[in-house]
Design a binder for this molecule. Structure first.
Ligand SMILES: [Zn+2]
Length: 143
């Protein structure tokens, strides 16, 4: 399955290859202080391949807080947060927002809350290495 997603204005877009095609897609409603405010619901497949294309990098704000080990990529033109990345041992991992999906049957989404606050930094990074997308290509096109 090839999943397409983008922010509202299209400045940040992604395609996620998910093989074999999923019977259901986990959708984790994150309860952290940032995701609570913008309704962040995330998915990842550690065996998936993600390609991110940014039209104008000057219109992307990378927001970090707390342990500052993850960057939320906020489109400053339309305010949408299509993905978050984390660089661990010089390797880029990512999760994508199911809210940014285009044309994916919502019935595929298996929604559940994710309570990750209070998690120790080391176990947090280990969890990302296990469950986040490990094959990430990030292309900035410039203006
Ligand atoms: Zn945008």
């Amino acid at each position: 399955m090839l999943i397409h997603g983008k922010c509202h204005c299209g400045n940040i877009s992604f395609s996620l290859t998910w093989e074999p095609s999923p019977a259901e897609i986990p959708a984790r409603a994150c309860t952290c202080s940032f995701c609570s405010k913008h309704g962040g619901v995330w998915t990842s497949n550690p065996r998936g391949a993600l390609k991110v294309v940014v039209g104008d990098p000057s219109l992307v704000s990378r927001y970090a807080f707390g342990t500052r080990t993850a960057d939320f990529h906020v489109c400053t033109r339309c305010g949408i947060v299509p993905l978050a990345t984390s660089r661990i041992d010089d390797h880029l991992y990512a999760v994508v927002s199911v809210n940014a999906f285009e044309g994916v049957d919502p019935a595929l989404l298996r929604r559940s809350p994710a309570h990750l606050e209070g998690e120790e930094k080391d176990s947090r990074l280990a969890r990302r290495k296990r469950s986040w997308i490990a094959d990430v290509e990030y292309l900035e096109q410039g203006t």
